[in-house]
Design a protein around this ligand. Structure first.
Ligand SMILES: [Zn+2]
Length: 471
């Protein structure tokens, strides 16, 4: 029953071209949404959420049970619907999906043998999360849903000014996961029908090799993890790389102010940050006004909430609930994401109705839980560490590993820095930052290193701030 053979050759290309053709049609419809008023956007969202909820209740046994006894009519209070999360969706995978021919065992087999951009059962593509933190997730898109993903890719490219051109095609270098189940690898693969000259490189490659590959490719556009882009900028500053991308976009990790500065100094370009998930590959990205990332909420409805899932106003940091507005196969409705963010109370100066992310504040799992002298719980957000460390111009890269008993800081310093002085200053600054939150700070150690290794197991991502409590 399972079709896991890679679809190859002309037939596969024809299918990919057809998916991309519908993406082009959808993309032109999406660009009109830039001119919506916030009221039009809100009205669209409500209708779209209602339609997702009813579709799920009709076609997914899991959601039919979850919503049993509820009136899903036009007066539905969306905020009263139960919250879902990755554990719930994965534990009930076979009953969540709306096509009874799909099941998790087959899905995992497809992912394990996936090559290139092949389909499952002739119509599904899937993405998997890496599983380095928390539960592994598997996310299924049918061809119409994937065309929406590709349309959103086109919208993102247009926002940034990347357009196909001839005869000299735009050269796009993407540096990301070397794994076709990962979103940063799959989108370039399925969008590649020859409109651009593309090269996908693995972020786990040694940086000198990356630099050599880029040097020979000569990218007009560089898509990379921010830490990798900053490392490459440092190479160029040292005279060991000479590329001239006219556009740089970063994704998948925190883009720090230091990294922005390094990239701007070397290439005279402000990087465009991008935020995506396997559950919604293009959730948010920056427009040329660089006021923060827009949440493209015509395709993804998000609610920022507190620990008890009560709504938070713009400006306040919380986890959020995601409702994917186009994935009919694996409905994700009020699905909890533990990345923390605050929406901006202000609209963007570009006039788009899509709300701005004021700041990303790390993941719930990476919050350090301390106690005040009176025993009250005090949550230290990852951003507290980030802001303290990024106030040092001499700190090129950093990693924070923390538990309630110890904080381990590892830093890469600019050459010529006074190591002993800086170690003391960094420890003092972090201690002050933690204590300003109202809790005594656990002992801090500061280690200086030349560089960080990029592990293949984490897709080559550089984890800046991590809880090591209990492990
Ligand atoms: Zn904008």
């Amino acid at each position: 029953m399972t079709d896991t053979q890679p679809t190859t050759g002309a037939a596969a290309l024809a299918k990919r071209v057809a998916d991309l053709a519908s993406a082009l049609v959808i993309a032109s419809r999406l660009s009109a949404h830039d001119r919506w008023t916030p009221e039009q956007l809100a009205q669209h969202q409500r209708q779209a959420v209602l339609s997702r909820v009813r579709h799920a209740a009709r076609h997914s046994p899991f959601y039919a049970d979850l919503y049993a006894g509820r009136d899903l009519g036009d007066d539905l209070d969306i905020q009263a619907l139960p919250v879902t999360d990755k554990t719930l969706i994965m534990d009930n995978f076979d009953r969540v999906v709306t096509d009874r021919r799909l099941n998790l065992a087959d899905a995992e087999h497809y992912l394990a043998t996936l090559e290139g951009d092949s389909y499952h059962q002739g119509r599904y593509r899937m993405l998997a999360t890496t599983g380095t933190s928390g539960r592994r997730g598997v996310f299924v898109y049918d061809r119409p849903a994937w065309s929406v993903v590709l349309a959103n890719t086109l919208r993102w490219q247009r926002t940034l000014g990347i357009r196909p051109r001839l005869p000299r095609r735009v050269a796009i270098a993407s540096i990301g996961a070397d794994d076709p189940t990962h979103v940063s690898c799959r989108i370039p693969a399925s969008g590649d029908v020859g409109l651009f000259r593309t090269r996908h490189l693995s972020a786990t490659m040694p940086v000198d090799q990356l630099a050599a590959e880029l040097q020979s490719f000569g990218p007009d556009v560089l898509l990379a993890y921010p830490s990798v882009a900053a490392l490459l900028a440092a190479k160029q500053r040292e005279g060991r790389l000479a590329i001239h991308p006219r556009l740089i976009s970063t994704h998948s990790e925190t883009l720090t102010r230091d990294m922005i500065r390094e990239i701007e100094d070397v290439w005279d370009r402000t990087p465009f940050d991008h935020y995506g998930l396997s559950e919604e590959p293009h959730l948010a990205w920056e427009c040329p006004h660089h006021n923060g990332m827009h949440v493209f909420s015509d395709l993804a409805y998000i609610e920022v909430v507190d620990d008890d899932h009560r709504p938070l106003p713009p400006g306040e940091v919380g986890r959020y609930l995601l409702t994917n507005l186009y994935n009919a196969t694996q409905p994700l409705i009020r699905y909890e994401i533990t990345d923390m963010l605050a929406l901006s109370p202000e609209p963007c100066t570009c006039g788009r109705p899509f709300p701005l992310i004021q700041r990303m504040a790390g993941r719930i799992e990476d919050v350090l839980e301390l106690r005040s002298p009176g025993g009250r719980p005090v949550a230290i957000l990852p951003a507290v560490f980030a802001f303290a460390l990024e106030s040092f111009a001499e700190v090129r890269e950093y990693r924070v590993e923390h538990s309630p008993d110890a904080i381990r800081l590892t830093v890469v310093l600019q050459s010529g820095s006074d190591e002993a002085d800086l170690r003391r200053a960094v420890a003092r600054k972090v201690r002050q930052a933690v204590e300003s939150q109202g809790a005594p700070c656990p002992p801090i150690t500061v280690t200086v290193t030349d560089r960080f290794e990029r592990a293949a197991g984490s897709m080559g991502k550089h984890k800046l701030i991590e809880s090591v409590a209990g492990g």
